[in-house]
Design a protein around this ligand. Structure first.
Ligand SMILES: [Zn+2]
Ligand SMILES: [Zn+2]
Length: 287
């Protein structure tokens, strides 16, 4: 479906295009006043290029291999196995978007709710300034956990690997756009996870904690009541002061934190968040 030349163009856009085109759009249509050069920027660029060169390209090659292997060895079968192999590309792409959205939402939801997973996802949330450079600040384990359910689904349904490549390129663009400091139409945030919508996800405002989990389309947030999208306000407080801006530290610190939690509060504390103390009981106890 995609010619090798188109694939090469998409690859070039991922590597050298969006990373530098979107910051120009951020300068032209800024949502918040914030500096272009900021602390942690070099670290985030190292994240970006190490991830793009190493993971995105490997990812595309790995998925293509997985699907081809599945097509040749497992083929089509019951329960819709391999059903995307011969489907019109439009339907296949729609199915890929849907699978991507659902798996992203679920993985993202649990990466916030399970303390063990949160220690890895916390790296992505540590950026004090949110812009398109902060998109790629991720722990590799967090990235792998987000990708695993999607890989299983595409291996099972076996769509054209070229379409998966197109989808990965689209996600790459959307990730950078969604983290950008860009002012766009408010109504867009009712359909897609636009910059304003995703900013609330990264914010420290109590009313927006554990909200807006979506990657691209955001209907699941509205369906499950996890959307927070006020019209007049824009969040302005992000990240975690004191979390390292060094990619090496960001990769070993979660293990140290996990060890310390298990030592102090026991292994179960890594699987369940402590329940917030009910305020009424406190008041009743005072009376
Ligand atoms: Zn998150
Ligand atoms: Zn994010």
């Amino acid at each position: 479906m995609l010619t090798p030349v188109t694939q090469e163009w998409l690859q070039m856009l991922s590597l050298y295009g969006w990373i530098w085109i979107i910051p120009i759009v951020e300068r032209l249509f800024p949502l918040n006043k914030q500096p272009f050069v900021r602390s942690g920027m070099i670290n985030d660029l190292i994240h970006t290029y190490h991830r793009l060169h190493l993971h995105s390209m490997l990812n595309a090659a790995f998925v293509a291999w997985l699907v081809t292997y599945a097509q040749q060895h497992a083929g089509q079968g019951a329960y819709l196995q391999g059903s995307l192999a011969n489907m019109h590309w439009g339907w296949s792409f729609f199915a890929l978007l849907l699978m991507g959205h659902v798996t992203f939402y679920v993985a993202h939801y649990y990466s916030h709710k399970i303390p063990l997973l949160w220690q890895f996802h916390r790296v992505h949330h540590s950026s004090l300034t949110l812009d398109s450079f902060s998109t790629s600040r991720f722990h590799v384990i967090d990235k792998a956990l987000f990708a695993a359910p999607y890989l299983m689904l595409v291996t099972y349904f076996q769509p054209d690997p070229a379409l998966i490549f197109l989808y990965i390129s689209f996600r790459d663009f959307w990730g950078r756009y969604g983290h950008g400091n860009i002012k766009d139409a408010h109504w867009l945030g009712y359909i897609v996870s636009n910059p304003k919508f995703h900013r609330w996800h990264h914010s420290n405002h109590p009313e927006a904690i554990d909200k807006n989990f979506s990657g691209e389309f955001n209907f699941m947030d509205y369906m499950f009541g996890t959307a927070y999208y006020p019209k007049e306000r824009v969040p302005d407080n992000f990240g975690e002061t004191g979390y390292s801006n060094n990619i090496i530290v960001q990769h070993y610190r979660p293990f140290v934190d996990i060890y310390n939690i298990a030592k102090k509060d026991g292994v179960m504390a890594l699987l369940r968040k402590p329940k917030p103390k009910p305020v009424q009981n406190y008041q009743a106890a005072q009376e």
